[in-house]
Design a protein around this ligand. Structure first.
Ligand code: NAP
Length: 301
């Protein structure tokens, strides 16, 4: 069988694309390696997606699964290993099978950036975490640290301040990239401490993380701070492993698409956080997915 549309990735961009394609009567397949929902599943609360006053990321992920089911789309839970995109009919090789499609939408999202310091990988799950909402509860009434200065770090700090004894926020500058209102909210909290102009340099652990050595660039001095957990929230890197030698990427590795979500290869589209764009949010990811299918409907089939 040759599908009209193969969507790779089951986050908001991929699910929206699959729903739009299926509703338009296109033969549609969606591949997801881990779980439906993508990165938003790890978010405590989603408050800026149209139509929802507030909804947990986990619940939103479940709603995406329900929506797929409602539209009779059964996601193929297989890891896509390779893509052949050059011919008119594209081939998708997964860990188990081979699939053919006329159009492929890459909606593989992004993953948390790592600090890149010694023992980071070994201590992941033993005090190092990239998801405060997933792991915060393990550190109830303990001292924890958040690294980063964007909205994820700030939101994580707000979430953790409600369950942990003390939350240290380590940021490499003295100004935050994230929303000022959240910074003000955090400043008013008694159990939140800002450690600015500073970088995480070393993780001290036995089996579990015990303390973090932080370098203050102004004082030119290292401070060792006792914490049970370090939540790393220093941005994301695009999941472009599958297409890095095939599609045009920007200098940061994001897929370059035009306003119709077309890439440099005919019949191949990008959607969501994996694309070069100015605003990476659930609402813009969903919009990309819809847009990509609209382009297919207008020009391709
Ligand atoms: P981000 O906005 O890219 O911020 C990453 C932060 O980590 C920056 O403060 C950056 O410092 C710092 N950083 C980057 N590399 C670092 C390194 N190697 N060592 C130390 N610090 C490093 O990432 P994000 O916070 O994950 O947010 C991603 C997107 O999602 C953004 O568009 C954000 O607005 C959005 N988001 C929105 C909400 C919301 O609306 N409530 C919630 C979460 C995320 P510099 O500032 O010095 O570059």
């Amino acid at each position: 069988m040759i599908y009209d549309v193969a969507v790779i990735g089951g986050g908001p961009a991929g699910v929206t694309a699959a729903v739009y394609a299926k509703r338009a009567g296109l033969e549609t397949v969606l591949f997801e390696e881990k779980y439906i929902g993508g990165q938003i599943v790890n978010t405590h609360n989603l408050e800026n997606f149209t139509g929802f006053t507030t909804i947990s990321g986990y619940e939103f992920g479940e709603k995406l699964s329900e929506q797929l089911k409602y539209h009779k789309i059964s996601p193929v839970m297989e890891k896509v290993i390779t893509l052949e995109l050059d011919s008119e009919i594209k081939t998708i090789f997964t860990s188990k099978n081979e699939y053919k499609a006329k159009n492929v939408i890459i909606a593989t999202g992004a993953s948390p950036r790592k600090l890149g310091i010694k023992n980071e990988a070994e201590l992941t799950g033993m005090g190092i975490s990239y998801c405060a909402t997933c792991d915060g509860a393990f550190f109830r009434n303990r001292k924890v640290m958040v690294a980063g200065g964007g909205n994820t770090a700030l939101d994580d700090a707000v979430y953790l301040s409600n369950i942990c004894e003390t939350v240290y926020i380590v940021h490499r500058r003295d100004e935050f990239r994230g929303n000022k209102s959240t910074v003000e909210k955090l400043k008013a909290m008694k159990n939140v401490e800002f450690i600015l102009n500073s970088e995480v340099k070393e993780l001290v652990a036995d089996e579990f993380l015990k303390s973090v050595k932080v370098f203050n660039k102004i004082e030119n001095k290292i401070h060792e701070i006792e914490v049970s957990a370090l939540f790393v929230a220093i941005g994301n890197i695009p999941n472009t492993e599958l297409v890095k030698d095939k599609l045009k990427l920007d200098e940061a590795g994001y897929i370059v698409c035009n306003s119709n979500q077309e890439t440099n290869i005919n019949g191949v589209f990008g959607a969501g956080d994996v694309c070069k764009k100015t605003l990476r949010q659930v609402v813009t990811a969903a919009s990309d997915g819809a847009n990509a299918v609209n382009t297919i409907l207008n020009f391709e089939i």
